[in-house]
Design a protein around this ligand. Sequence first.
Ligand code: PLP
Length: 396
Amino acid sequence: MNIFADRVSRVKGSATLAMATLAGELRAAGVDVINLSVGEPDFPTPSHIIAAAKQAMDDGFTRYTPGPGLPVVRQAAATKLERDSGIKVAPSQIIVSNGGKHSLFNACMALFQAGDEVIMFSPYWVSFPEFVNFSHATPVIVGTNAQSNFEPLFDDLADRITPRTKGIIVNSPSNPTGGVWSRAAMKQVIGIAREHDLWLFSDECYEALTYDEPFESAAYIDPDYEKILTFQSCSKTYAMTGWRCGYMAGPEDVVKAMSKLQGQSTSCPNSIAQMAAVAALTGEQDVVQEMKAAFDRRRKLFVDLLRKIDGIDCAMPGGAFYVFPDVSAFFGKSVDGTEIKTPDDVTQYLLNEAHVVTVSGEAFGDDRHIRLSYAASDTDLKTAAERITKAVARLN
Ligand SMILES: Cc1ncc(COP(=O)(O)O)c(C=O)c1O
């Protein structure tokens, strides 16, 4: 007998968290694993942010705060958005949540319901379809391909819009591909959202990590479209994943609706993390540039190493800290009588044979690629590439 409510079976668990857990278990069992499944910076939170959190505790910021966040944090997020993204919003247009994920979840709950359709592009971040499933709306997946830099195939997109379509979710720089959409592609998607009066969710949690071109926020590209919701986070920009602090900027009535839901679920974001976020958002930003420079160096190093491996076809991603190589050349090859047929099989093989943890593209709605994170030391990246080279050489 199923004792659980339907919503439990309606959503899938996070495949990326599952891989990270598996890596932890193997390590605890004494296996020398290299975990390239991680979705977080490997740098410590910068010291001035930690100092601000300690100060906040000493100053008594240990109580509930207003539901959408302390005024000082909403102001700090507004200041940051104008400084770095050129978006002008009032603090009343900001909600601070327990991570960008929480803001995205609240927004889906506030705006979507049964009968609605919400468009997203595969490969998609694992949580997008699940947020939509939670809301009882239906995720509609529009494919992309590596040849087109994982930008939307606009004919397909046009075909999938129906009278039920309520929103489009975009994510550039992207998890899992690391791809950064061109301004033209983003502009076209916003144009389609405008034409059909759709919400445009722009998940910009990797805004600080674009290597070849400056980042452009969707709301900067079209400042007049009122249905753009901008989601950002302290997690990746400031190496603060565990602090759980992210925010959304959008119309005030959406902020109010989300605050109502947030107030009845978590009451408010963590008070100490909020004060740390003020230091992060408005303090010195050199640390962000330093982390970005390190990621950029590792990006080039790792792509170079992967491109030397027979059978791996790896594009140079323009952002985030992921590479998303095509591994379909291994499909149909075997080792010890077991045939590799899918990206799942490749990740499983790399785990067993090379002790390198990666994430299958299938978790992101893709059937040719795997995701590897280069938020890891140079030594780990080099050793991982050596181990993968040896492992795949055994396939025939
Ligand atoms: C695309 C994307 N959006 C949102 C998030 C959520 O980040 P957080 O809740 O830590 O702000 C992540 C985290 O991995 C992500 O990859």
